[in-house]
Write a protein that binds this ligand. Structure first.
Ligand code: CTP
Length: 228
């Protein structure tokens, strides 16, 4: 049996937050559970993990193989990823990045007495996963997540190609009890070479172990191809 070689992982997890004023922000329902479960599973398998995490309410896994880099905004997550991608073999972008941020952040708390209806002007944030190959120059194994409510496989495959991933983990977020903020997940793992594997509904910790196993296999396969 092959003993997996230790790999260096970077994993993004949780939501990012985009401030509106000093006390308010835009964010999403991500709990960080999937990203944290992946970090735990990779570390338990002997790999080292840099966990780039947005603000979450769950505990950081206690494992000497896990180094936490805490961030808040999408810009901070982008910078943290960019600074560390050169040091890792595998990057898994499991974070639910805020897709838009206010064009301007109000410097003081907006008082209800001074503001009637409040129309926010939002602009797209940086696509961290979509920047990993270019301009960040990452050549390692790149794994993305696709949360969809329809056309799961087609949309996820399109996302995988656009963001130049080796693997795309797709889940149907219209199904109750899986995905966002849930303890369980049920995913379809798409490979860039056309391969597809379905992981049945299970605890995120179980799904995470399976994903680490798939990543180890793909990484071994790559090393063999590069060596021959
Ligand atoms: N992602 C990222 N940076 C962003 C947005 C998304 O790194 N600003 C990553 C997520 O971590 C995840 C994948 O991209 O791995 C999800 O992409 P998603 O936002 O669903 O895809 P888009 O094609 O950008 O959006 P849409 O589904 O709206 O087309």
């Amino acid at each position: 049996m092959d003993i997996p070689e230790p790999l260096r992982f970077l994993i993004t997890a949780g939501p990012t937050r985009e401030p509106i004023d000093p006390v308010r922000f835009i964010s999403n329902r991500s709990s960080g559970k999937m990203g944290y479960a992946l970090a735990s599973a990779a570390a338990a398998a002997g790999h080292s993990v840099v966990l780039v995490s947005g603000p979450v309410a769950i505990p950081v896994p206690v494992d000497p193989n896990i180094r936490l880099v805490g961030v808040e905004t999408t810009r901070e997550m982008y910078a943290a990823v960019e600074a560390r991608l050169g040091e890792v073999d595998v990057a898994i972008m499991a974070a639910a990045v805020a897709d838009w941020r206010p064009v301007s952040v109000r410097p003081h708390k907006v008082k209800k007495s001074q503001q009637g209806d409040w129309v926010l002007h939002l602009r797209k944030t940086e696509d961290i996963l979509g920047s990993a190959r270019e301009p960040m120059g990452f050549h390692g194994l790149l794994v993305g997540f696709a949360a969809e409510t329809e056309n799961l496989e087609a949309y996820a495959r399109d996302k995988m190609q656009r963001k130049r991933c080796d693997l795309m983990v797709a889940n149907d977020v219209s199904q109750p009890g899986i995905g966002f903020d849930a303890d369980e997940n049920e995913v379809m793992v798409l490979q860039a070479d056309g391969g597809i594997e379905r992981l049945p509904r299970a605890a995120k910790t179980v799904v995470a172990r399976e994903l680490v196993r798939i990543i180890e296999g793909l990484s071994r396969q790559r090393r063999r191809t590069q060596a021959s």
